[in-house]
Design a protein around this ligand. Structure first.
Ligand SMILES: *[C@@H]1O[C@H](CO)[C@@H](O)[C@H](O)[C@H]1NC(C)=O
Ligand SMILES: *[C@@H]1O[C@H](CO)[C@@H](O)[C@H](O)[C@H]1NC(C)=O
Ligand SMILES: *[C@@H]1O[C@H](CO)[C@@H](O)[C@H](O)[C@H]1NC(C)=O
Ligand SMILES: *[C@@H]1O[C@H](CO)[C@@H](O)[C@H](O)[C@H]1NC(C)=O
Ligand SMILES: *[C@@H]1O[C@H](CO)[C@@H](O)[C@H](O)[C@H]1NC(C)=O
Ligand SMILES: *[C@@H]1O[C@H](CO)[C@@H](O)[C@H](O)[C@H]1NC(C)=O
Length: 505
């Protein structure tokens, strides 16, 4: 494994310099590898639910450009229901308040998005975002809206610019909608489309080609994965997006009940996919990501081949700072409820598991502590450049090696989130690009205990390399550490973590 890792690293180094040398020549934009690293950016959902306006979005984008872009946060993403009018009666599962065009496609609400007037869609927003040096993303729902089905709009054939015809007739929304397959969590809003029909494909093509024409750089496709898996729609959307002659990332959401087997079905078609439900600022949500990310890592899904590049299991946004609540008709009005320790734990796991990092708080009110966590240089280095990332299942609460109770088996079966965890400590390990060892300890329990990692077990994590001793530093305390009696150990506070950056011999 170790030899393989070194090979992979040198391959990346060689590939990286080759890439730089040709990028100054004529590389067609479609040759650029998509999502070579886990994507990073900002998303409007955690702070604005669905009600964000153009002004609020651009204010946040400007600050992302000024303060976060230098740390790799480059995407700004409008989350759901940008087409819904913010008027009395409208909410996250209302019907009949959406702006749709003559072909049944969603259009931004011109009151909230004034630049979208006269059929511009998101073109002007995309231009402004690009002028800030950023990339623009939008959230979209599965299939077709109930409103378009009720209006029975005709379907646009983008190859002719006219209504789609087949077998001597014009096709409409009702011909392609699968009425019995509604989005599970937005039953009034959207339903699947029959992709075996030419008209069903034409409709999906008319959506994705329009997003590309608007200048969108990332599509976050919702209600098609996890418990709402619709492999047909994902496959066809991926095919349409793959033909766009510039980088356009394809992201799936959410991933309730996602398993490694399910992930393997989509990883090659997309660039990132959620592997859990929505993550909010409660400890149970942070904790619920440990096992699923361990299982995705064990299945070699981190950085696997994806759509025109790589794909990444996505642990969801970072709901830190100034926020709102799930699915409300209200903007940011409260602070994050996680303790500082819990936020560090979340950020450390997201880094060690190489998750995409999408900050969710209102950037206009970001506090220093939050800013420091999300821009921590060591964590961002690990998130992009570490390799061999996996759970380290051998940590113990007892110094005595022969008393070791391995708290997790290597090939642990998927556990349901409902199950009460018996394991109250966890650990992850990865290799840095200079050969350093990153070792994270997590205390998931409600009581203070020391955590130990034994030298002989570190050797197991890097099969074939015998480790005699390690020394280095712990990130949060700055303390220097070294193996003592063959192990590395520290006390870790409730819900907290320790992250060692080690040189091992
Ligand atoms: C790059 O493209 C330009 C214009 O299309 C062409 O003149 C030039 O020869 C190309 N250079 C290379 C290295 O292919
Ligand atoms: C999709 O359309 C095909 C072809 O008409 C049909 O056989 C099939 O039953 C439809 N699928 C659903 C789920 O309606
Ligand atoms: C936040 O950081 C800035 C820049 O480092 C500093 O000027 C400011 O005083 C800090 N604010 C607080 C509340 O610590
Ligand atoms: C650690 O193991 C030793 C040897 O079995 C035992 O005596 C001791 O009580 C254990 N300590 C803890 C904290 O469990
Ligand atoms: C995580 O997995 C471990 C080992 O398989 C198990 O003991 C624990 O209960 C799981 N935790 C949760 C929250 O499912
Ligand atoms: C977890 O934190 C609690 C509370 O501070 C502490 O009592 C316990 O020892 C910690 N556990 C570990 C494994 O560090």
């Amino acid at each position: 494994m170790r030899g393989f890792t070194l090979c992979l690293v040198s391959f990346l180094v060689i590939f990286g310099s080759w890439f730089q040398s040709v990028s100054s020549q004529n590389v067609t934009k479609s040759d650029i590898q998509q999502a070579a690293f886990p994507p990073r950016g900002w998303n409007s959902y955690d702070a604005f639910s669905w009600i964000i306006s153009e002004e609020e979005f651009l204010q946040n984008a400007e600050l992302v450009s000024q303060r976060l872009l230098a740390h790799g946060y480059e995407y700004v993403v409008v989350d759901y229901l940008w087409y819904r009018k913010k008027v009395p009666g409208a909410h996250s599962n209302s019907l009949g308040f959406d702006v749709i065009d003559q072909w049944g496609r969603m259009a931004p609400d011109p009151v909230r998005w004034p630049s979208s007037k006269s059929g511009n869609g998101f073109t002007e927003i995309a231009k402004k975002v690009h002028s800030l040096g950023l990339k623009f993303g939008i959230h979209i729902m599965a299939g077709i809206s109930t409103q378009a089905v009720n209006a029975n709009t005709p379907i646009l054939d983008t190859t002719t610019g006219a209504a789609y015809q087949e077998s001597g007739r014009v096709w409409h929304a009702k011909d392609i909608a699968i009425q019995e397959r509604r989005c599970g969590w937005m039953t009034n809003g959207f339903m699947s489309v029959n992709t075996t029909l030419g008209a069903g494909k034409a409709f999906l093509r008319s959506l994705h080609e329009q997003y590309a024409a608007w200048g969108v750089d990332l599509v976050k496709h919702d209600c098609v994965f996890g418990e709402d898996l619709d492999l047909n729609e994902i496959t066809y959307a991926s095919e349409v997006l793959s033909k766009v002659n510039r980088p356009l990332l394809y992201s799936l959401s959410p991933g309730v009940k996602a398993t490694p087997d399910m992930a393997k079905q989509v990883s090659g078609l997309v660039n990132m996919y959620r592997i859990a439900g929505d993550d909010w600022d409660v400890w149970g949500d942070v904790k619920s990501h440990f096992n699923v990310s361990r299982d995705m890592a064990a299945a070699n899904l981190i950085g696997a081949k994806g759509l025109k590049g790589n794909s990444w299991p996505d642990l969801d946004m970072l709901p830190f700072g100034w926020l709102t609540d799930a699915a409300v008709n209200d903007g940011p009005h409260r602070s994050c409820r996680l303790t500082l320790e819990e936020q560090r734990t979340q950020m450390t796991l997201w880094a060690m598991a190489k998750s995409p990092l999408m900050y969710g708080g209102d950037v206009r009110k970001i506090d220093n502590a939050t800013y420091e966590i999300i821009t921590n240089p060591t964590l961002l280095e690990i998130n992009h450049f570490s390799s061999n990332n996996k759970e380290f299942p051998y940590v113990t609460k007892n110094e005595t090696r022969n008393q070791v109770k391995e708290i997790r088996s290597k090939e642990a079966p998927i556990q349901s989130v409902e199950g009460v965890s018996s394991a109250d400590i966890s650990s992850w390990i990865a290799t840095g690009r200079k050969g350093e060892v990153y070792l994270a300890f997590f205390n998931l329990s409600e009581q203070k205990t020391p955590i130990y990692a034994h030298r002989s077990d570190l050797s197991k994590a890097f099969t074939g390399k015998r480790i005699r001793s390690c020394k280095g530093q712990e990130l949060w305390s700055g303390k220097y550490v070294a193996t003592k009696k063959g192990s590395i150990s520290t006390d870790v506070g409730v819900h907290g973590c320790a992250l060692f950056v080690l040189n091992c011999k």
